[in-house]
Unconditional design. Structure first.
Length: 266
């Protein structure tokens, strides 16, 4: 056997053993694992997207059945707290949710500011935006953005300058129609949402909080439905997907090489 074929065989065998070990380690429940997806951009659209492919592979490697749900974001976390769903995708680590959720990270992405060029041209900082009272800011109802971003939204709400959409797609449409002038979004959201609305040339992408740590995107597991020991088994499967490059390969389908490098957890 040639050296190249031998290497391929070893890699294939190693992958097969890892997959079999993962399946043996994860105790699948009798009912399907209920997963609440965040329908936005390239995270999840129909049966496609980063999170859809991630969860499909998670199911394949664990051998467990999965049921897909798409509730509004605020409702998804309420269902997670009540144990009505088992996993919420694309979740931000939030200490208020520590009492009812475990967090297992799989990628990271920074929130950018998506800014309308016609109404907010030249507004490169939050101070510059705040200094123009006529400008309004947008957000998705029930979404926590973390850190200084949540503080900023609280300020906009106090000043009666905050508009909220029921979903990310609705919020992007509101931005396009001029209901507000700027909003937070990650590349996996705005790349698709802006393209779908034909708005790529009508906005600027800026970063108002460059010193903040890049937020991790996680799978949030319900503490009502998973023990710490069960979580460890699921975490092992997810780590195997990161280790063998599966997560990176999925990201490469939807992001530029520059953004993939930023999104992969080192």
């Amino acid at each position: 056997m040639s050296a190249s074929r031998l290497t391929f065989s070893i890699v294939t065998l190693s992958f097969a053993l890892t997959t079999c070990a993962a399946r043996a380690a994860v105790p699948c429940p009798a009912a399907p694992v209920r997963v609440a997806f965040y329908e936005t951009g390239y995270l999840s659209f129909g049966d496609r997207g980063v999170d859809r492919e991630l969860v499909a592979e998670l199911a394949r490697r664990s051998g467990c059945r999965v049921e897909a749900l798409t509730p509004p974001r605020a409702r998804a976390y309420a269902m997670l707290q009540a144990g009505q769903v088992d996993i919420v995708t694309a979740a931000l680590v939030n200490h208020q949710r520590d009492s009812y959720a475990f967090f297992v990270p799989y990628m990271q992405q920074r929130f950018a500011i998506v800014l309308r060029r016609d109404t907010a041209a030249g507004v490169k900082t939050s101070d510059a935006f705040a200094a123009r009272p006529a400008l309004r800011f947008g957000a998705v109802r029930g979404v926590n953005y973390g850190g200084e971003r949540d503080q900023w939204l609280a300020r906009m709400e106090r000043e009666r300058r905050l508009e909220q959409g029921a979903s990310p797609t609705t919020a992007f449409r509101m931005l396009g129609s001029g209901r507000f002038d700027a909003m937070f979004a990650i590349p996996l959201q705005y790349e698709k949402e802006l393209a779908d609305l034909g708005m790529q040339n009508r906005v600027e992408i800026v970063d108002w909080f460059p010193d903040e740590t890049t937020p991790l995107r996680t799978l949030a597991f319900s503490r009502k439905n998973f023990s710490a020991e069960q979580l460890q088994a699921w975490e092992g499967v997810l780590k195997s997907m990161q280790k063998d490059g599966f997560v990176k390969r999925v990201l490469e389908k939807y992001l530029t090489p520059k953004e993939v490098a930023k999104a992969v957890i080192k």
